[in-house]
Design a protein around this ligand. Structure first.
Ligand SMILES: [Zn+2]
Length: 271
């Protein structure tokens, strides 16, 4: 199978959330609850509380270094709009998008609008105007979509979307398919929907990969949020490192980018 790794950039800097949303009170409450339920350590709880005062809320540099060293051609999705706790403005993201792009990683839109063609197009065009190059593709924030979302994205000019996700099951075993000229890559595995503990997350991942193998799903999309690549989120960070090592030491599975996957799919389609 071919594994496609993506990172949704929900947070960039501490100031994203000053007087803009309720991320910090929610984060504090959730961290304390998780600690009381013994799901995270005192150290992790402390680090999460302290993070409310840190200037930086992303781990993009660290993750790019890790992905590069391990041959993971990942994509980073950036917001061009604000909503549901993603609160940075496009201007504030510009330097980071440029850095990620210059290092040779793909960059796309982390979409907010999903119901209105005009508004979806505004985010698409905003990216191009800001950066001087277009987004490689899109994933909607909170994987929101309705029956028109993908057709609207296609009209805007996106080459791919990777938003379709089964929230009930917590994973999606479904092959990529075309929506007119655009490819839809259902999101197979999302970090936030895995069990909280490292061992259980590993176990569930192996089960999902096995289901994909049995169902003949050749392209597997995985989402890992960059802001968790640090000591405040040891279980899910270590799960990501384990996943990358597991795929790299497997004989059957490799990493691929969305762009290369599309080229392969188009070639096979034409045959
Ligand atoms: Zn998001």
């Amino acid at each position: 199978m071919k594994i496609i790794v993506s990172h949704d950039v929900d947070h960039l800097y501490g100031r994203d959330h000053w007087f803009r949303d309720l991320i910090y009170p929610k984060l504090c409450l959730r961290s304390l609850l998780l600690f009381l339920r013994k799901q995270i350590t005192l150290r992790e709880c402390g680090l999460r509380l302290l993070s409310c005062f840190s200037r930086r809320r992303n781990c993009i540099d660290e993750l790019m270094r890790f992905d590069r060293a391990n041959g993971v051609p990942s994509v980073f999705f950036f917001g061009m709009n604000q909503g549901l706790g993603m609160s940075y403005y496009p201007d504030e993201a510009k330097a980071m998008i440029k850095k990620v792009h210059d290092r040779g990683f793909d960059t796309g839109v982390h979409g907010i609008e999903y119901r209105d063609l005009k508004l979806i197009n505004t985010e698409y065009r905003r990216f191009g105007r800001l950066m001087g190059f277009g987004p490689c593709g899109i994933r909607m924030h909170y994987v929101r979509f309705d029956e028109n979302t993908f057709a609207f994205e296609e009209k805007c000019g996106y080459a791919f979307d990777s938003t379709e996700f089964d929230k009930e099951k917590g994973y999606t075993v479904k092959a990529p398919y075309k929506v007119e000229r655009m490819w839809e890559f259902p999101l197979t595995i999302m970090d936030g929907y895995l069990p909280q503990s490292y061992e259980a997350a590993k176990h569930r991942t192996l089960e999902i990969l096995e289901q994909c193998r049995k169902s003949g799903v050749e392209y597997v999309s995985v989402l890992f949020h960059d802001n968790q690549f640090n000591n405040a989120y040891t279980d899910i960070r270590d799960w990501y490192i384990w996943l990358v090592n597991t795929i790299n030491s497997s004989e059957k599975d490799t990493f691929i980018s969305y762009g290369d996957a599309i080229r392969e799919l188009e070639e096979n389609n034409g045959r």
